[in-house]
Structures are given as structure tokens and as C-alpha cells.
Ligand binder design. Sequence first.
Ligand SMILES: [Zn+2]
Length: 1077
Amino acid sequence: MSVNQQAHTGPPYGQPQPGYQGYQQPAYGGQSLPGVPQAQYGAYNGPVPGYQQPVPPQGSLRAPPTSGAPPPASGASHPSGHLAYSQFEHGDVQNGIPASAAPMQRPPASQPFLPGSAPTPVSQIPTFQQYGAPPASVQQLRNHMAGMTIGGTAASAPPPAGLGYGVGPSSYPPTTGAPRPPAMPGPPLPGQTVAGPPSSQPNHVSSPPPPSTMAGLHPGPPMSGLHGPPPPTHPPQPGYQMQQNGSFGQMRGPPPNYGGAYPGAPNYGSPPGPPPPPKRLDPDSIPSPQLNELPPQQKPRHRIDPDAIPSPIQVIEDDRNNRGSEPFVTGVRGQVPPLVTTNFLVKDQGNASPRYIRCTSYNIPCTSDMAKQSQVPLAAVIKPLAALPPEETVPYLVDHGESGPVRCNRCKAYMCPFMQFIEGGRRFQCCFCSCVTEVPPHYFQHLDHTGKRVDFYDRPELSLGSYEFLATVDYCKNNKFPSPPAFIFMIDVSYNAVKSGLVRLICEELKSLLDYLPREGNMEESAIRVGFVTYNKVLHFYNVKSSLAQPQMMVVSDVADMFVPLLDGFLVNVNESRTVIASLLDQIPEMFADTRETETVFAPVIQAGLEALKAAECAGKLFIFHTSLPIAEAPGKLKNRDDRKLINTDKEKTLFQPQTSFYNNLAKDCVAQGCCVDLFLFPNQYLDVATLGVVPYQTGGSIFKYAYFQLETDQYRFLNDLRRDVQKEVGFDAVMRVRTSTGIRATDFFGAFYMSNTTDVEMAGLDCDKTITVEFKHDDKLSEDSGALLQCALLYTSCAGQRRLRIHNLSLNCCTQLADLYRNCETDTLINYLAKYAYRGVLSSPVKTVRDALINQCAQILACYRKNCASPSSAGQLILPECMKLLPVYLNCVLKSDVLQPGPEVTTDDRAYVRQLVTSMDVAETNVFFYPRLLPLTKADVDSDSLPAAIRNSEERLSKGDIYLLENGLNIFVWVGVNVQQGLIQNLFGVSSFSQISNALSTLPVLENPFSKKVRSIVDMLQGQRSRYMKLIIVKQEDKLEMLFKHFLVEDKSLSGGASYVDFLCHMHKEIRQLLS
Ligand SMILES: [Zn+2]
């Protein structure tokens, strides 16, 4: 017992345990890092150590063990609560380390190491973004709605939680669709291979994995012109056949008021067309169990029962129930982790946690042919500095002294659990390239009889999937250890910024926020220095040197050739200059209170920050608060080139492209200096996010947007974002490289970064929320025996200026049977990849081409499964792989997202903004962004901490008598039905009737009753899980804002022409049948 207790008390491996301090924000993670930047990474691939003399074993961890506790011995000595982790002892087998039949001996070790053994499940990693105010412009909505009838919302009550996804009739015979000629794949995106048709006949047929089967979306009545004529010869048949879990099956009547209300037609990949004919799938011959629940006028029409098609809610629920209680132990190769929507703890036993890396598949095809045939993209979504729940251990910091980390001589891979020690431990064979490297003398250790080093469990880099190395000077720019980074706050003081109260708000906030700059866990104060600039058409620099009685302002009006007018006194330590800074922040709002200046510059602001960091020889971050299109005469000046008429034309892509290459060049300079830019935008009109976002995007920064910013309603959200952004864990001057074992290699990268070559991902800054998606391609054969390995190495500077390498390793299985591939896929990750891929595609291809390519690729993925893995008896059925049964519904959400199919209320800036946001999202964020979470608040148990069971995103699930919450990571809607009991309205809003509820509320009133408390606690909990503060919007049923809300009911047909889930599923089925015939 004592083993464990001790293991918990002392920081193992001498690692500074992060103690992040700040406002009361929830766990942002683990540890704090900070950083400093600089430019050349010559040493990254580095110094080839030439060690020769084998010498005495001597590990050199940076700090001595603090507790002296012995290492965890065998499972038997663990308290029972830890038995679940007993795989720890066996993980090596899978890790490619030789194991023998003999019992392994754990060497006595001086360092405890039982990372993250806390048994309690925790909530998932916080994440996410928000895209500013939805165009809440009432006027816009009004205009838009003028021509339309809002569908009545007489929805039938949602099925009781837990029901409704039950077993449907399963006996409908499948029918076969008549063959059709194969469809031509959509044109591939430039430079991509999305749409390649299956390249060959399947060579691999294997036993079918449990399929999710849908009987032919038969033919029956025409499915609307968009679907293409179904084979005419089939009698009407029941649609979906039974699926394994009973999800497919019956049909039932249409949802209330469904058909006629929306003008848009479903629209697969092409611009909105005429409204589709009512329904399809043979209506009348199908039992409709719920028919009598529907309004009478709806009864005559029938449609596929939405309860009979795969339900995201059910899949999420099932995974939670099946996998939420046990920790996910990473000792086994190729294990598919629980879904991102499941709360689970991770125990690192040799592979990186899914919080750091998630893959589209954990079993990848051995050959390139198989991979092409399946069309399943092989990609990893990597979040190198991910925040961890408090119960998990942040990566240990390992110090190998002056010689630095041990690496393979040839490929430079870092020491990891998969390296094989040979010749008694004197050499090791690289698991990535097979090259044999001498073990440096100081690193030598004997092997036990199983071939494992006796210090295996003492060394994170031998036994864990994730860890850090302290980098040597060879890994620093100019061979010089970096200085601590700086934060520069750059405030727009033009007329709009002042008048809205923004300038005063920012200055007030900074006074306290500066005490919460990130710091290394054990440091008393932050090492980060700060500086201040204000600007409109000219820039004002401030000298806030501690020796001054008052701050001094220096104006630079020649913005054409930006320079920093002062060096000494510009970047200062907060504590030393506290009085002068406070004085400055008091004076700024007064100084510009009467400004008439409406024009701003933008590029010179970034240049000023960049020059200041250069002069100080450090990396850092610029926090720029900006309100308008920079039209003042200056480099980087922009014009208003917004043009919605370009939507759905070949020129639509120009809306996403920067209007000048000036900012690309500036971004490159920033990256070289480690100058990361975070941009807070407060636009009242178009300000060209596509162009202004270039520098933040390429430097690894963030953009926050608060359209039509109003102090009363938006300040809380803005301040929360700002606080979190200033305090969060961030590394600077970062370079990431992903190495792979022979047979595959990283070929493509998606995210907020800059690349000057084909392998190194450079980021001036990288915070705990940023994700990089990496695609892999085969360059040789893989083998089932050895599997495939990934190693992600991130070199960065911490917030205190320490240069470090963070290493994540992951081992995957390889297969010769396609069925194994389909059994080990992760659809949420697949969607993350596909969305990023498509969102990049719109920069260079017409949006329609991008949508078609997505549909085509997914149809090929599913057709390949159908052809090679599913039972041959089910010819006309839509059969979905169990792991991919949500692919159609999620894909449809991507297709109808604002970037790929904008509604009339979506602005060009919104689209550019979302496009960039999504590109850095992790899997949990894209999941909820594309398929929002919808919770019936009136079903919440006020006496429990739990959330009410989520329901599907469809209007027909809403009841007039209930209140719902919908969140997508950017917004929270609270929807109130017209028939909600007056008591509930009183309790939640403090008013006596529905009509009195104000939809101008940006927060819920604080009322002392259980319902109000419960709802507010749910909102707070959701806010805590997301990386951006979500905007709260109250929507009353049948009110004008409801159109906005309905946009997020993603299973329904959308106003912009996006297909309903059911329609899209039919469409996919048709596409698949075409491919198969
Ligand atoms: Zn190697």
C-alpha cells in the first residue's frame, strides 16, 4: 500500500509539477510552459552524439528522486484500486520490447512512478472556440424571414430519454437496387487525392465485422431529382433493415410541419436547387408505429423513421456506458480509445494518451493498395501541449545532461519505449529506421533476462508514451539559451474602440490580469515581461520603466517603416513597474476619450511588436485588440472587397484568400522571431478576417471575434476569453516533427502554423488548445508483426525560457484484411480530418468541388466496406461499418456548415473566421461543433450533478412545453417552448410569462431556486469544458431568433439548402450503389 501512497506524494522523476495559478479557471492543464523563441533550428536534427566507450550505467535524471519510494512492483502489491492497471507489467510485450516467459523482474528503483493512478473518472479536456456573435443582427434576420413562413413547431414530445433508439422491426427483407453506372468521382482538390476511385478489385476479403445494416434505401418512389432515379423495378419495401443494435428499422410519419416550412432544398454538393418533392421511401406499405403521435395533417405522408437510423446520441451513450468506468490503459498496441464524448482517465503505459494523439484508424493497411482501395484517410490529430485533468500526470521532464537526449544516429528519433537494446545493452536498434546506434556511456544499463533494461521503469523515455527532455544549447537558436518571452498588449484607440467602452474595459482588466501571467510551476513570479502600445493611424509606445514617476508616450507616425522608438523601458517586469503600469492603464482611456480618429492601421502594429521582440532578443506574443478594416495609408492597407455574389461561383475561394500577400511575408518574419499573434476583433462591419487572420494563423496564434460588441452583453465573454488566453499554457518558438516507422510517412499537415520545408511544422507559439492534424501515406509495405510507429517531437521554449522537447509515441497495428481496418476506425477523428481537408480545399477550389469530393470519398469508404467486408447476401442494403455508422450524419453536418454552405445570415468574415478556427480544433471540438449537444433542461434532475440525457438535433425532438440548451463550443442557446409552464419561466427567467422573457439576456438571472441553480450550473460546467467562452443566446419559440437556432438542428434540412440526415443518408446510399455497380 505504501508503494502507491508514496508514489503519489513525491513528484516522480523530479519533475516540477505544474502548479498553475490564475483566476479561478478550471484546470488548464497540466503544467505551465512558457517560452522563448528564436530562429534557426539547426540542431534540431541534430548533433550526432559520438559516444563510444561503453561505460558504467548511470542514468541521469535531472533531479534526484524526492521520495525514495520504490517503484511500483507487481500488481500484487498495489492496492486493489490499482489492479486495473496491471497491464503495466505486460505492456512491454506490445511495445516491441522482447519479453520472455520468465517473470519480469522489476529492478529496485529509486524513483516512484505511478503516474496518474487516480481512479476517478474526470471530465474531458476542455477545449474549443467560438465564433463570435452569431449574426444576431435582428435586421438581417428580419429581412431574411420576410419571405418565409416559419414552420410551426408543434413537435411531438421527444422520446423519453433512453428510449426511442430501441430495436425496430428487423424483418424487412432487403431489396436490391438495380445497378447503375458508376458515378464519376468529383474532381480532386488540387494537390490532393481525395477522389480517386477504388483502384482495384479487392484482394482482401475477410470475415465480416459486425455490420450496421440498412436495407436498401429502396427505390420506391422517386427520391427527388437530386437522388437520381432509383431502380424502377422494385416494389415498395421497407427501408432500413435491422441493424445490429436495432437502430434501423421502422418508418414513421413525417415530423410535424416538416416539409413545407423551409424554402431550401436539400443540396448535396451543389448550390441550392428547387425544393424536393415530398418524400421518398415508400410510405404506405410500412408500419408507422408512432403515427398516431403526429398531427393529423401529417399522417398521410411517411418517411424513414429517424429513430431507425444510426443515432449519434445512442452511440455516445453506449460508449459512455461501456468505456467510461475503466481507465484507458495505453500499454497495448493499436487500441482504439473511448470516444471524445466519454469521460475517462488515461494511464500511460507506453503509448501517448488519446488526449495528445488520436488516429483515424488504429489498424492501418499493410499496403498502399489496400489503403487506396479503402479510401480511409490515415491521419493523426495531435495536440502536443494538451491540458490534462488533474488526476493525470503531466509528462515527466528528463534531463540527460550536457549530451542531451539519446537519439538514433540515422533518423534522429528520440529514445522511446520501442527502441530495442541489444548486445547486452551496449547498442540499440531504432524502431523507426532499424539503424543500430551505440548507447552513450552515461546512458548504459544492463539488460535483464528478458532483454529489457533494468532501469526500464525508472526512465520515462523507456516506459511511457509521453515525456519531455530538457534540451541542450544545441537545440537553441544561435546556440544560445533563450530569454524568457514577452507579452505585448496593443490596443486600438480609434473612435469605435473608445466609444464602445472597449478601451477602458481592456485597461481595467489588464491591471489585475497582469498578475496572472503564466509561470513555471515552481516559480514565484512569471518571467514574462510586458509592453504596451496603443494605435489608430499612428502608433504610441510607452516607456513604463520602474524608475519613472509617470509613463512616457512616444508616437511613431511614420508607419511606412516601423521602428521601436525606445528599447529600455518598453518591456518590463510587472512587479517592478507595477506603479507606472497602473498609471498608464488609468491614463490611456482618458487620453483618447475625445478622439475623432476612425481610421486604423494593422500591419505596422504587428511589425512594431515584432521589432520590439527582435530588439529584446526574445520570443513572445502580441495581444492585438482591433476594431476595423485597416484603411489608413500604411503597409498592409486593405480595401473592402466583400462580395456575397461570389458565393457559389468559381471565385468564391477568393473570399477565403488574403487580399494581399503582404501578411504572408510578415507572418514568415514573425515565425522566424517566435512572435506569436493573438487577435481580438470587435467589428461592426466587414474587416476582412481572411486577411487579418493570416499572421495569427501562421504564427500559431488565435483569433477571437466579437461582432457588434456591446459592453453590457459581451464584456463577460470577452474578459473570460482574454483571461484564459493570457494565462494558458503556451510554448514559444516551437518546431514539431513527426517521425514514422518504415513504410509510412507524414505527407500533409493541417493547422495554425508555418512550414518552410516539407517536414517541420513551425509555430511561433503553440498553446494547450492547438491541434495539428497530420496525414500519412505509404511509401512501402508495413508488416502485421511490427505494426507502425509514430513519434511526435515538439521542440519549444517554456514560459520561463527553458528549451524543451516534448515527445509523444504511438504504436498502431497493421492489417492485411480490410475488415480489420474498418473495425478499428474512429469516426470523430475521421471527421476532424475531413473537415480540415475540406476547409483548406476551399482556398483553392470551388466549394461545390470540395463538397463533391467529400461525398465521393466517403461513399468510396463505405462502398469498399460493403464490397469487401459485408455479407454478400445483403446486396441492396446500405450496410455501414459499426465504427463508421455515424459517418453519414457527421459528414452531412460538415457539408452544411457555414464554410461549405453558408446561409444568408452568415457573413464572409464569419466564414473566414470559422474556417480558421476549425483548422486548429481537436477531435472533441469538431465533434460538438458539427453535431451540437442538445439537452432538455426541463428533464434535468435538480438533485443530481449529472446532465440530462442529450437528444438528437432535430426540431421534431423539441416539445413546446420544454426548455432546451444547445451548445456547439461557440454558442449556447437556451430555447424556450411556447407552452412552457409559467412556474418554470418564473424560476429560470424571473418573469411571469413567456412574452416577458427578454432575448437580449446574455446571462441567466441569478435566482434562488433549484431549477435556476441547476441550469446555471449546467451552463457553467459546459463553459468550463470549452476553450472559449460561449455566447449565451435566449431563443423563444416562434421568435425571430429561432431561425438562427434552427440552423444548429443539424439533422433537419437547413435553410441554406443543406440536406436532412435522412435525405443525406438516402443520397449516400445511392452513391454507394453506383460505386458498387
Ligand atoms: Zn532511426
